[in-house]
Design a protein around this ligand. Structure first.
Ligand code: TXA
Ligand code: MG
Length: 334
């Protein structure tokens, strides 16, 4: 049913191993445009095209000969490759670029959907623009009820963070994601460079937009949990404080932050990743005046975790009381 819907130009939300995607036939301009409309997505931010086999990828993009065997080995995986486009996908999908982002998702339901529809499926993450990505069908339903034609519920996403976007021409990570630099080195035999976030005109257009933001003002704590407890103590008298962090930190802050959401054990970064977007969505149900999120070690998948946390907090961070005071002073209504 969902594959038929894709063929008929309809919009289908489907699971992948990273996050849920909101998909349409990548060869159909009208259908692809609907995705931009429904998400409220800027037209200059191209979509990832999902394929179910290498031949499908080759129909829409040029696969460099020197990387072909590595790509055959690695896919399906949470790794999106920027390849030269053959100009076959709908123009809105590539936002006018001569490259196209291609990925083969490691999820049976996603692969079956693409295979059965027989066309490549363009799909950004299933969230309204600027909001946290969906890691469950319930999240997608809260964003797209009545707007998407079909939502496939396949439980929680395994990684909970989007794929890594790798530009093969420059061998550069444009967006850190579920596939770590170590994973890339293992498959391709060399270490990728990583695009700096402060770049004025990023090669991956999506990285310049605000992202993953809850409505609750969110600040990144750069101090140890013990010090955070003493900083929050004073604020607790005047504000309802939310906290997102490891299970251990949640426990230690129970007297200082009224609303706490645990991401899991701090030494299990894959668990932290898989709970992050759900926490960023749930924090808005708590009614906190502001929320604090703690940082994690920037290694392996921690690089992608911190990338999302920095964006979700709009780069607002503090490392002492007066810096938090400054942030709180600028809260709406203060
Ligand atoms: O895990 C994922 O990648 C999920 C699932 C659904 O596959 N999809 C996803 O799509 O995260 P989206 O649209 O939220 O992010 C796609 C990113 C954006 O930053 C976009 O700018 C970049 O990929 N991108 C797409 N085409 C590109 C291109 N031709 N050149 C450079 N960056 C591109
Ligand atoms: Mg997205």
């Amino acid at each position: 049913m969902a594959a038929n819907a894709i063929r008929e130009g309809k919009i289908v939300v489907f699971p992948t191993e990273t996050v849920y995607g909101i998909g349409a036939n990548a060869l159909d301009e009208e259908a692809s445009r609907r995705i931009f409309e429904i998400k409220g997505r800027a037209g200059d931010n191209p979509l990832i095209v999902h394929v179910s086999n290498i031949e499908m990828a080759e129909r829409i993009a040029e696969i460099p000969r020197e990387y072909r065997s590595a790509i055959e080995r690695v896919w399906p995986a949470p790794l999106t490759l920027i390849l030269k486009s053959r100009g076959r996908v709908a123009p809105s999908v590539t936002a006018g670029l001569d490259t196209v982002a291609v990925r083969m998702p490691a999820h049976d339901v996603a692969l079956a959907l693409i295979r059965e529809s027989g066309v490549p499926v363009a799909a950004p993450s299933a969230n309204l623009s600027k909001k946290p990505s969906s890691t469950s069908a319930a999240h997608a339903l809260s964003y797209f009820n009545g707007k998407a034609d079909i939502i496939i519920d396949s439980g929680r996403s395994a990684y909970g963070l989007e794929s890594t976007v790798l530009d093969l021409e420059e061998f550069k990570v444009l967006r850190p994601g579920a596939f770590t630099p170590d994973d890339i080195e293992e498959i391709f035999g060399s270490v990728p460079s990583i695009e700096s976030e402060t770049f004025e005109k990023p090669k991956s257009p999506g990285t310049k937009y605000r992202h993953y933001s809850p409505s609750t003002p969110l600040f990144l704590s750069e101090v140890e949990v013990k010090e955070l407890a003493s900083i929050l103590k004073d604020f607790g008298r005047s504000y309802e404080i939310g906290f997102i962090g490891s299970s251990d930190s949640c426990k230690r802050l129970r007297r200082y932050a009224k609303h706490r959401i645990s991401l899991g054990r701090s030494d299990d970064l894959y668990s932290i990743a898989s709970n992050l977007f759900d926490a960023l969505i749930k924090i808005d149900e708590k009614g906190a005046d502001f929320a604090v999120i703690e940082g994690f070690e920037e290694r392996g998948i921690g690089i992608a975790i911190m990338n999302r946390i920095k964006k979700a907090s709009d780069h607002k961070k503090f490392s002492n009381v007066s810096e938090l005071e400054m942030l709180v002073r600028h809260l709406p209504g203060c």
